[in-house]
Write a new protein. Structure first.
Length: 165
């Protein structure tokens, strides 16, 4: 990245443009341009934003912006391909520890929805009770009345005897 930054700086100087003038024209701060020209990638939070700045700066200087961005991408690939897996795991572990240390309040915590078992128990019980009630209603409607023939003959005899006197 230092070589790319030096190339951009050399081109700016050969074009007769001051640092302040370039910063004003690109609407960047002079410190941002200094960091680009010195190859200080860590001064920028966002690599994609840095790539945009480099693209704009190369275009401003009259260079081929795609070629300059390709060189920057090559630098990024070399830099990121040298990161070991252990370093990545360590960084992830630090990030997790940092998240655990955050202050948690009832208002900022994410609440996990607990799955309630009551609907799974209550609904089948209600359906079962409804089936029993429907069965009892249907069975009483369809049931023929039980008539005892002996009782009927006794009732008829009494009825007949009442009118014969």
């Amino acid at each position: 990245m230092k070589e790319l930054g030096e190339y951009l700086k050399h081109t700016r100087i050969s074009n007769g443009v001051s640092m302040e003038e370039a910063a004003e024209d690109l609407e960047l701060s002079t410190s941002q341009l200094e960091n680009i020209e010195s190859g200080n990638v860590r001064a920028f939070k966002d690599v994609y934003g840095l790539k945009q700045y480099i693209h704009q700066y190369a275009k401003y200087l009259g260079l081929d912006p795609e070629k300059i961005v390709d060189e920057f991408n090559g630098f990024l690939f070399e830099h990121t391909s040298k990161i070991s897996l252990d370093d990545i795991k360590e960084a992830q572990k630090k990030l997790e520890e940092k998240e655990e240390k955050k202050i948690k309040s009832p208002y900022t915590m994410e609440h996990k929805k607990k799955m309630s078992i009551w609907p799974f128990v209550l609904i089948p019980v209600i359906i079962f009770i409804l089936f029993i009630i429907i069965y009892l209603i249907v069975s009483t409607i369809n049931k023929a009345p039980v008539v005892d023939t002996e009782l009927m003959t006794e009732v008829r005899k009494e009825y007949v005897n009442e009118f014969t006197y």
